[in-house]
Design a protein around this ligand. Structure first.
Ligand SMILES: Cc1ncc(COP(=O)(O)O)c(C=O)c1O
Length: 416
């Protein structure tokens, strides 16, 4: 199941760009990926052929409605849920902020919620603020500093009959760890708590399956999975049954309008559906699925092919990074545990500020992040909030040659 790298890279117009004869090396995927060409085309179509509000009887309005219906169906296939369990929004952070007061509407003093010390703040602050507003106790699930895994063994001490919500990240944007979110959601479900999964960092790399995970809420941001700036949210029917709607009086009290007020970005919906199509196409490109298979099946094949390629990239990076003088990697380095991580690597170089390293990489047209990327909790635990760390991420469009070039360049920066 090898990805044909030439056609995969050709699917992204931005990968062909050069500056002063230097190709661009995009290692910034955890902050936002490049956009597939079909996404740009779909958004162009939406803005030329379907530029109207939906619900009208004329051509452009009906085209906008068709885009919305298709995008909802694509997002449902992406999460493995029903079409009546998905909404679109601006980004994951605002979707979680939108949902928090609805979910918290009946929380009482004496109740508690559980968050983690590994999550991006988008999956901490919305719930933390809602809990503080209603006087709830806030508990935190810690992670092990040797294994970089959540301490799931402490769940029985942290979740009890008064736990109302549990929020956990599927993959860490700081450590790269893939968490056993099904175990966390099962513990939440056992006491009737709502379970929330932030899948922003897993969505570009793994197939999502809300039924297998057993969560009530799951978010993913399309701009991290090769699409436009937009996000999608799975809201389980169970949760829909217990939260009040967020709607204006004239809008229909059905999904998605009952939880997604106002006019959506039809162009972002079109682009998100096209990004999902791109991921499905990867399976066809790898020769493991045929184009006539249902979207969900093609997506599973596409993401499996992406994951196999990314595993090779991770192995190569981990083989080389240990040889870079003074490097400290904050995440799983064991080659036997690659299935427990995504290709997001956060590290420090001794004696160098993270901004110095990122700037040196940028000078060679290699795009990497410095700082702590809103991963407030893990950066605080590691004492890295001020100093920051360097982060590189690989995705299916990155090549082995780019990883080699990165390792060589890091070696030069470390030695300079
Ligand atoms: C794990 C994780 N969750 C949430 C977010 C926030 O997503 P958005 O920018 O769509 O609000 C990010 C962004 O980096 C992230 O990495």
């Amino acid at each position: 199941m090898m990805l044909p790298m030439e056609s995969v890279r050709a699917a992204f117009p931005a990968l062909a760009l050069q500056d002063d004869d230097q190709p661009r090396c995009y290692f910034d995927a955890p902050a936002g990926t490049q956009v597939a060409g079909r996404v740009i085309e779909a958004m162009g179509y939406a803005m030329v052929q379907a530029c109207a509000n939906d619900g009208g009887l004329f051509r452009t309005s009906q085209a906008a409605g068709a885009i919305a219906d298709h995008a909802i169906a694509s997002a449902a296939a992406f999460f493995g849920c029903g079409d009546d369990e998905v909404i679109f929004g601006l980004n994951t952070t605002s979707l979680f902020f939108q949902m928090a007061p609805l979910i918290a509407h009946d929380w009482q003093v004496g109740d508690n919620i559980l968050l983690t010390r590994m999550d991006h703040d988008a999956n901490v602050s919305p719930w933390l603020q809602a809990a503080q507003a209603r006087g709830l106790e806030v508990r935190f699930l810690e992670w092990d500093h040797e294994t970089f895994a959540l301490k799931l063994e402490s769940l029985p001490d942290l979740i009890d009959a008064r736990t109302r919500a549990v929020a956990v990240g599927h993959a860490s944007n700081f450590l790269g760890t893939i968490n056993d979110v099904a175990a966390v959601c099962a513990a939440a479900r056992a006491v009737g708590a709502i379970s929330i999964v932030d899948a922003v960092q897993s969505a570009p790399h793994l197939a999502l399956d809300v039924a297998a995970i057993g969560c009530d809420l799951m978010a993913a941001s399309a701009y991290k999975f090769f699409g436009p700036h937009a996000a999608i949210l799975f809201v389980s029917r169970r949760l829909q049954g217990i939260i009040p709607p967020l709607k204006v009086r004239p809008s229909a009290d059905v999904m998605p309008t009952r939880l997604a007020p106002g006019t959506p970005s039809f162009e972002a919906m079109a682009g998100t559906a096209a990004a999902i199509d791109h991921l499905a196409w990867l399976g066809e490109a790898a020769g493991t699925v045929s184009p006539d298979q249902p979207l969900r099946q093609r997506l599973l094949a596409g993401l499996a092919a992406a994951q196999a390629h990314e595993t090779d990239l991770m192995r190569r990076f981990l083989d080389g990074i240990g040889a870079v003088p003074g490097v400290t990697l904050h995440g799983i380095a064991n080659a036997n545990r690659l299935h427990e991580r995504v290709a997001t690597f956060t590290f420090e170089l001794a004696g160098k500020f993270s901004a110095e390293v990122a700037a040196a990489l940028a000078a060679r047209n290699m795009f990497a992040w410095q700082g702590y990327y809103y991963a407030w909790e893990p950066a605080t635990v590691l004492g890295l909030k001020d100093r920051g760390a360097v982060r590189v991420g690989f995705t299916h469009y990155n090549s082995m040659a780019e990883v080699d070039l990165l390792l060589e360049t890091l070696g030069q920066i470390a030695g300079s």
